[in-house]
Design a protein around this ligand. Structure first.
Ligand code: SF4
Length: 270
């Protein structure tokens, strides 16, 4: 059950997902970040994403240590992590689906990434799952984790975020217009350089979208993030914003305004 299982997030610490939650549903934001309540379930899509991210990180870590992992090893890693990271609170939101549907999809994503991206990737890895943190003002610190930071074979600095979602985003999206570009700004501070490529790799589509971020653009993005964080800090009201995401919200059993259709009620009944 939901409950105050942990302390609220420090009021000055803002991750990208914190801001995104505030933008999507202020009530969910209040439950999670201000009251420190734990969501009642994790969706199986989130579990799949976590395990795929683990395998990709492992592949590049192995390579950095002189290894040359094949597809079979990557799939064994996937299977092992799928089991190891499975917890009782994983919920299948789409009623009627089985865990096998998702593990099969995850294996396909890993196999495809291994064969079409990893094996031909000649870039250098500088960091994996790197924690980025920067003070934007006395009252706001930005924090986040970059999936992979590296240099292209031509020496250009980059940061890439891996997406397992079914939809390819675009730079006008709240998330994708801000997240990787903001990480790129932090990466320049950490690793030097006057520009950094910010990319999203969409595993389901096998595509990567890059944007070059200059230091000046980085400053603009930080200012934008700061303004959004201040909106959250000064907010006095936290209205529910029911919509399609309610089915995946771990507070949908207690939220008075949750809108969850029967065919997506797996989180409520898990
Ligand atoms: S169930 Fe929907 S409206 Fe309620 S907190 Fe979650 S996302 Fe917001």
């Amino acid at each position: 059950m939901e409950g105050p299982a942990r302390t609220p997030t420090p009021s000055n610490l803002f991750s990208f997902s914190r801001l995104k939650t505030f933008a999507q549903c202020p009530l969910r934001y209040r439950y999670r970040y201000l009251q420190g309540m734990r969501e009642a379930f994790r969706s199986i899509e989130a579990h799949l994403g976590m395990v795929v991210h683990d395998v990709l990180e492992w592949l590049y870590q192995e390579r950095a240590e002189g290894g040359d992992p094949g597809q079979g090893e990557a799939l064994r890693r996937f299977d092992g992590q799928w089991q190891e990271r499975w917890t009782d609170d994983v919920a299948i939101v789409r009623v009627g689906d089985s865990p096998e549907v998702y593990s099969r999809r995850g294996r396909e994503l890993v196999a495809s990434f291994h064969d079409t991206v990893f094996t031909i990737d000649r870039s250098e890895t500088l960091a994996l799952e790197q924690r980025l943190s920067v003070r934007l003002s006395p009252d706001v610190v930005f924090t986040g984790f970059a999936d992979r930071v590296g240099r292209t074979a031509g020496g250009r600095l980059f940061v890439v975020d891996y997406k397992t979602s079914s939809r390819e985003g675009n730079s006008s999206d709240f998330s994708e217009g801000l997240q990787a570009p903001l990480y790129a700004s932090c990466v320049m501070e950490r690793h030097g350089g006057e520009s950094c490529l910010a990319g999203y790799h969409y595993l389901r589509h096998g595509t990567t979208r890059w944007e070059e971020i200059s230091r000046e653009r980085g400053e603009q993005l930080r200012a934008r993030f700061l303004a959004l964080a201040r909106d959250a800090i000064v907010a006095q009201e936290f209205p529910a914003r029911p919509g399609p995401l309610c089915a995946w919200c771990g507070f949908n059993r207690i939220c008075p305004e949750a809108m969850v259709p029967d065919h997506l009620s797996g989180g409520q009944t898990a």
